[in-house]
Design a protein around this ligand. Structure first.
Ligand code: 13P
Length: 252
């Protein structure tokens, strides 16, 4: 049984005060729900303030990136043990904005994934094709390559600790959403890749989230697909009502 996860990626938005207020509203809105899990990803600078609000609530928290080294001389970076120190459950890795804007490669995402796992933090590893790749019918190949590269060398026990997020790049922040059928096709492919590399029962255990212009009006249909186990939400996660509206789309 895969518990759906609704994850809010706040990206580089909000002030400290906004973050605290949003976290409070989410803790209250999520209440004691157990049929799904909620997590938020504030800018790293605000994680501690958000932690103070969310501690003791059902909402978990994490960061949007990490640097895969032990503490040391790495100016400007944050490492997995620091995430542990701040009670993070999750970390988003390999987001398309990091791949595109910061040139992050599958090999780097793989190192980060292993560093998160070694610290006991659950990585949410993102994959997704560009519009040109979809138009050229390369989606399945791109997803396979990112899956193989970003998740290279993980043991069965390690992959079971991971969450995968399918975020078609053309659907991120554009208002364009993959249709439920388009999302399901890629999610089913990802599960097939898990079954091929590991085994069928394991493939049924790993959660695969959809991300890309998820909003209250399209969330329920996307999440009703058999292989869609929740959502990674950007813009709509910045408003408590929208995040909670998306969570309301999880079947209880
Ligand atoms: P939007 O929901 O704003 O399209 O962003 C999706 C995303 O990138 C989440 O990580």
């Amino acid at each position: 049984m895969r518990t759906p996860l609704i994850a809010g990626n706040w990206k580089m938005n909000l002030t400290r005060a906004d973050s605290v207020a949003l976290a409070k509203a989410l803790a209250e809105g999520v209440g004691s729900a157990t049929h799904y899990e909620a997590a938020v990803f504030p800018p790293a600078l605000y994680v501690d303030a958000v932690r103070e609000v969310l501690q003791g609530s059902k909402v978990k928290w994490g960061t949007q990136n990490l640097y895969p080294e032990a503490p040391g001389a790495f100016t400007g970076e944050i490492c997995a043990p620091m995430l542990v120190d701040l009670g993070c459950t999750y970390v988003i890795l390999g987001h398309s904005e990091r791949r595109t804007l910061m040139g992050e490669t599958d090999a780097q995402v793989n190192k980060k994934t292993l560093a998160a796992l070694a610290a006991g933090i659950t990585p949410i590893v993102c994959v997704g094709e560009l519009l040109a790749e979809r138009q050229a019918n390369q989606t399945a190949d791109v997803i396979r390559k990112q899956f193989e590269g970003s998740l290279a060398g993980l043991t069965e026990a390690q992959i079971k600790q991971c969450v995968i997020a399918y975020e078609p790049v053309w659907a991120i922040g554009t208002g364009l959403t993959a249709s439920p059928q388009q999302a399901e096709e890629v999610h089913a492919d990802l599960r097939k890749l898990l079954a091929e590399r590991y085994n069928q029962p394991l493939s049924q255990e790993v959660r695969i989230l959809y991300g890309g212009s998820v909003k209250p009006s399209n969330a329920a249909e996307l999440m009703s697909q058999p292989n869609v186990d929740g959502a990674l939400v950007g813009g709509a996660s910045l408003k408590a009502a929208d995040f909670l509206g998306i969570a309301a789309g999880v079947k209880s």
